[in-house]
Design a protein around this ligand. Sequence first.
Ligand code: HEC
Length: 440
Amino acid sequence: MNTFHAMTDHSVTDFKPRPAMSGFRAHFPRLMLGAFAAMSFVAPAWAGDVTLGKEKAVTCAGCHGAQGIGLSGEFPNLAGQQEAYLVKQLMAFKTGSRQDPTMNAMAASLSEADIRNLAAYYASLSGFMPTAVASTDVTAPTGPANPALFPQPVFVTLKKAGAVTAFPGENVWSGGPDMLYNALTPDGKTLLATSPSTGSVYVFDAATGKQRAVIRVGKAPKGVKIMPDGRFAYVSNEGSDEISVIDLAALKVVDTIPVEKAPHNVRFTRDGRIGYVTLQGGAGIGVIDTRARKMTRVIPVPGITGPHNIDLSADENTAYVRDFVHHVAVLDLKNGTVKKVITVGNGHGGIDVAPNGRYVATAAIGDNVISVIDTRDLSVRNVTVGKGPHGIRASADSRWIYVTLTQENAVAVVDAKTLTVTQKIPVGAFPFWVAVPGNS
Ligand code: HEC
């Protein structure tokens, strides 16, 4: 691999994406030109189609990861790689000039168009990972939200202000008493927020902040999560040990799923078939069959205290479970074993696997740090962000990490590349949770 990557460096610099045909040829031995000519590389056909590439990439995900980040050390990352380089390597595997039994077999069945589409797709993904050493110096500028840090609108609940603030414009929409957890529909049009003291869910139009409905659910609703198809929301009623299922077209509760003590929050698989619910009363993680609307089993999570929030790895085989105290359990969902218990900051908080699958970020309300876990080796870096961090979510491109600072009445934006606070934005009282489009 090393020799290969050394070679890569030249190819990439000499190599210009899109229609640089002469550069492309210059890098291939003469005997291969025949093969290329036969495949008729013509300039207009050069541009790959990201959508078609994404479809084709399902066959690659088993090794290179659903987001182009290799599932283990032997599988290279493809996300964010140069498009022209990817085309060149896939062609080399196809013609046999680069030898690897697996990839030679994989590439044999790919057409020239498939290769261009796959290359365009992987090049479009975000491939970075945190590299810098965490800084303890928080001297980030404070002031109105810098729109560049909010590539998409972000919604923060303000518990003590009973409101929601929408970034980057910082519009404030009043809701009910203590707006707690929130969630956005996949189309970005509707925002839901729970109010535990009134046992209700507030429904807002995400563009205008207009309240569309207030829906009564069970006792002390905490987490709210929307299914990937956008049709139903699951509300975890911590006080009545059940989940309310809200039909988002009818805006009413259509079902109630009994679970075990103190359900706190849910995470769905991408296909929407399974919901994993944290059972903070101690039982572990409840597995909900969303078709039957039943909890079918409970996976115990020994070694942690009160499963609080949860997110899944890119391949959905691993759950990262944040507890109430200062742990993250890495839970193998296939065999139900805890692979590792990681010590993080003190107090409960949110947890988020970045959409590119490369890191997990978790907050700690009793502390002044967030902890960022590298998903490959499970190493941890604590990043000082400010007092009382609780809600935490990465931007859809995994570039920024948004953190609510409950004790500073501010939202911090952490640069995921350098792991430093880029900006702190003062908001209303007790910012609790954050909803980010493309990372719900
Ligand atoms: C069974 C596992 C597996 C599958 C499936 C697989 N690959 Fe690979 N891939 C590998 C391995 C292993 C390597 C490293 C080969 C080497 O060491 O030269 C690799 C290397 C590559 C490289 C070269 C990366 C570099 O940095 O030079 C590309 C590009 C690539 N694969 C694309 C794909 C695409 C596209 C698919 C799906 C059509 C795919 N792979 C499916 C295992 C796999």
